[in-house]
Design a protein around this ligand. Structure first.
Ligand SMILES: NC(=O)c1ccc[n+]([C@@H]2O[C@H](COP(=O)([O-])OP(=O)(O)OC[C@H]3O[C@@H](n4cnc5c(N)ncnc54)[C@H](OP(=O)(O)O)[C@@H]3O)[C@@H](O)[C@H]2O)c1
Length: 246
């Protein structure tokens, strides 16, 4: 039997990139998976079809993480569809880069809404539908520990916030045996940070392993944290960064 048979999961930002790899892997492990996205309907539909073809079950829900009412409704929709949410993966996130003097107020508000506020909203709503023993996994970043170049202050702020949130939340939910952990990837090859993009050379120069990570590698760690063997891990920040922080 697959390790997550009987479980249901919600992954935010699951149509592309790291989120899509997580959706695929959780489904492969036997979980029924809902995921959100804001624009990429075509990729979302393809992912749902592919998972069905492979014998799994997934549903895509269009819900912009910048819209807190939409996030809350998406969680309720997933909970109604599956009767419960055992696993919440807060993955949706954007990058805003630039010197502090150039960051526009609306860009600051947008990254806070998506990277921080929606994590609060999805979590608050999901725990209402989460049985004891559930799992909450944030996709943070190595940049909450180390931001080795200029221009990343605001992105680092958002990822630092969810790391701190992880710790407080672990205390709140420990009595229900719900674990809360923060995965901290280094560079992972996605549309947001392509391995052949303009930052690649700088990134590789900072790393012990001279390659970008793959979404599947992050998904493997999510699956472990979501599974029965990881029941004693909570409040942790776990680096998976090719030695970016070494
Ligand atoms: N790639 C890296 O190097 C790296 C490293 C460390 C941490 N991370 C973190 O990993 C997470 C995923 O990053 P990624 O590289 O996979 O990004 P990506 O390739 O840009 O994919 C982002 C996913 O989130 C969805 N999304 C984006 N904005 C959204 C919104 N407002 N509402 C709902 N869904 C939204 C996208 O779908 P739509 O376009 O349809 O909205 C897509 O499915 C982020 O939290 C990021 O900070 C990434």
């Amino acid at each position: 039997m697959a390790s997550l048979t009987g479980k249901s999961a919600l992954v935010t930002g699951g149509s592309r990139g790291i989120g899509a790899a997580i959706v695929q892997r959780l489904a492969k492990e036997g979980a029924r998976v809902a995921f959100t996205y804001s624009a990429s309907s075509e990729q979302a539909n393809r992912l749902v079809e592919q998972i069905a073809k492979d014998g799994g079950e997934a549903i895509g829900i269009k819900a912009d993480a910048a819209d807190q009412a939409a996030v809350r409704e998406a969680v309720q929709q997933a909970a109604n569809h599956f009767d419960k949410i055992d696993i919440l993966v807060n993955n949706a996130g954007i990058i805003v880069l630039g010197p502090i003097t150039d960051i526009k107020e609306e860009d600051f508000q947008r990254i806070l809404a998506i990277n921080v506020h929606s994590v609060f909203t999805a979590t608050q709503e999901a725990v209402r539908h989460m049985p004891d023993g559930g799992r909450i996994i944030h996709i943070g970043s190595v940049n909450s520990d180390r931001m080795p170049f200029a221009g990343g202050s605001v992105y680092a702020l958002t990822k630092g916030a969810i790391f701190s949130f992880t710790k407080g939340l672990a205390r709140d939910l420990g009595p229900r045996n719900i674990t809360v952990n923060n995965i901290q990837p280094g560079p992972v090859d996605t549309d947001a940070n392509p391995a052949n993009g303009p930052f690649a050379e700088t990134m590789l120069g900072l790393m012990a392993l001279k390659r970008y990570g793959k979404g599947e590698e992050i998904a493997g760690l999510v699956t472990y944290l979501a599974g029965p063997e990881a029941g004693y891990i909570t409040g942790a920040g776990i680096l998976i960064d090719g030695g970016f922080d070494a």
